[in-house]
Design a binder for this molecule. Structure first.
Ligand code: FPP
Length: 234
């Protein structure tokens, strides 16, 4: 195994898949799986940011396609967001985490948008940052960035222009993207940011993910050879 233990890990990202199947296995409604998924999200984010000392964590929580799900399920997920934002606003000194929402928030009610803004404001004093992708679509993100640049009068667009105008903004691109739930695809997640990300796929359903498995994935990350288009051991 290569020793690349100096591989920097600034940003770890999770595609939290498998909540529905986790609930189904227990003969419970899908909403129950998402509730458990939200608990797991808090545990894993806290672990990565504050125990492992990783500066940035992001999660794919709700895609632009997830609106196609039954009303009850969508409402259930939105309620979990609101609950989470309320906790952040009340307990932000405990969480010590800067929260940023990544995605097109214009579709949410004014009340939810205001809560997002308040959550971002009250947590902005912290350095460790968590990005929650909500109503997020990777292709839309790039198209929106390009349209914004055009509307500003740009006629020639560079890669840096796009990097600076996508939702992640100040966040560096993810070094690792972990997808739980046994599917081997990115599903329109971080299309721009994932160019050089190391990808990890585990069959573990999101609510079953353990800190131990996160440790193992990080160990595997450290053993990978990252070339960024260069040559191995140049
Ligand atoms: C994918 O699993 C999961 C989602 C679409 C929702 C993820 C949402 C949460 C974990 C709650 C997030 C809460 C906060 C506060 C960020 P799936 O339902 O597609 O699972 P399946 O593939 O087994 O059906």
């Amino acid at each position: 195994m290569a020793d690349n233990s100096e591989n920097v890990l600034n940003h770890i990202s999770f595609i939290m898949d498998g909540n529905g199947r986790w609930a189904k296995k227990r003969l419970m409604p899908r909403e129950f799986g998402h509730k458990q998924g939200a608990k797991k999200f808090r545990e894993i984010v806290q672990y990565c940011l504050h125990d492992k000392g990783i500066k940035y964590v992001s999660v794919y929580a709700f895609s632009t396609e997830n609106w196609k799900r039954p009303d009850g399920e969508v409402k259930g997920i939105l309620n979990l967001f609101v609950e989470y934002m309320n906790t952040c606003i009340k307990e932000n000194d405990e969480n010590k985490t800067r929260v940023r929402f990544l995605g097109n928030r214009s579709v949410f009610s004014e009340e939810i948008q205001a809560k997002m803004a308040e959550t971002e404001l009250v947590t902005s004093k912290y350095e460790r940052t968590m990005g929650i992708c909500i109503n997020y679509g990777g292709r839309d993100e790039i198209v929106d960035a390009v349209n914004k640049l055009i509307s500003e009068g740009k006629t020639h667009i560079t890669a840096d222009d796009i990097t600076n105008n996508i939702y992640t903004g100040i966040m560096p691109p993810p070094d690792m993207i972990v997808r739980t739930g046994g599917e081997y695809r990115l599903s329109n997640y971080f299309m721009w940011q994932s160019a050089y990300s190391e990808l990890f796929f585990t069959k573990t359903l999101w609510p079953d993910l353990t800190k131990k498995e996160v440790d193992e994935l990080i160990e595997e990350y450290k053993s990978r050879q990252r070339n960024f288009g260069g040559v191995k051991n140049a």
